[in-house]
Design a protein around this ligand. Sequence first.
Ligand SMILES: Nc1ncnc2c1ncn2[C@@H]1O[C@H](COP(=O)(O)OP(=O)(O)OP(=O)(O)O)[C@@H](O)[C@H]1O
Length: 334
Amino acid sequence: MPDTPLLSVRDLHTSFPLRSALLRRTVGQVQAVAGVSFDVPAGGTLGLVGESGSGKSTVARTIVGLEKARSGNILFEGEELTTLAPAAMRRVRRQLQMIFQDPYASLNPRATVEQIITEAWEIHPDVVPRKRFGAEARELLERVGLNPDHARRYPHQFSGGQRQRIGIARALALRPKLVICDEAVSALDVSVQAQVLNLLEDLRRDLGLAYLFIAHDLSVVRHISDQVAVMYLGRIVETASRDELFTRPLHPYTQALLSAVPDPKPWDRPPRRPIIIGGDVPSPADPPSGCRFRTRCWKAQDSCATTEPALEIRLERHPAACHFAADVAEVVGG
Ligand SMILES: Nc1ncnc2c1ncn2[C@@H]1O[C@H](COP(=O)(O)OP(=O)(O)OP(=O)(O)O)[C@@H](O)[C@H]1O
């Protein structure tokens, strides 16, 4: 089936028990992911954006099996992952790798770069024959822009950007089809960010990789994504192609996020008015009734408290979960 997405997530829910230290018992549930659906096509990139705490990492961790889904479906090449036995999950996990924000924390400080890369091949001996370990590790280092002669060095001997390249090499070692990048460039300086994003783009082109690219920073997501989904308090509130989302955001939350991003072509358009979102993010243990964004939304009306807006198709291929998504543009100024 050529049209089957590489990854398909449907109505995913993941929650954590909310414990009271005082009462020493569970007093509720944190609904970190509260009904999320999206597709990532083979060779494509979906950018998942939202403020800290919106549930992006939990989506990623649930996909790779680090958290358990409460309900919903995760289909990888059409195979359901939520009910997969551990041995079968290990087989699928090879195709599905993750790059984390902090390469320092995710790289073993006592292992050389070569050991970090070849560890995956020890566990999956059919990928690379042992006698080719050294040569293949050097090749991988070269592919991610590192000097292969540095294969015997330790992580602390590299800069932050170089360490993230090691993390990328490790993720590529098992020849995955999908790489989940969870805030993979957020800790890097802007110039280094651009280099790593270019590398990820080259790898996508050369190896046919797909990415689920998670970031709180819309300008980072803009560089790499074909499609963008915006998350707020455990739900996707808007999704569209990158160009559509950046030129015509429909959801007030997306409009506010975008108003804070510097316009790459300020000479082409009237200046954007910054939109300051009032109030704090509500607790995912006790989300507002109706629209989850209503407590911070300048468009909110009484109906927003009673009726939850569905993620409807307002424009072709551009769903936005807002009762007033139709009256766009006037706030953002085009
Ligand atoms: N292990 C856990 N136990 C309890 N609550 C958790 C756990 N992990 C995440 N949460 C809560 O779930 C919600 C979503 O967190 P998550 O880390 O997925 O968001 P995020 O958008 O990735 O934010 P960040 O970028 O800060 O990680 C938050 O309210 C968080 O406190």
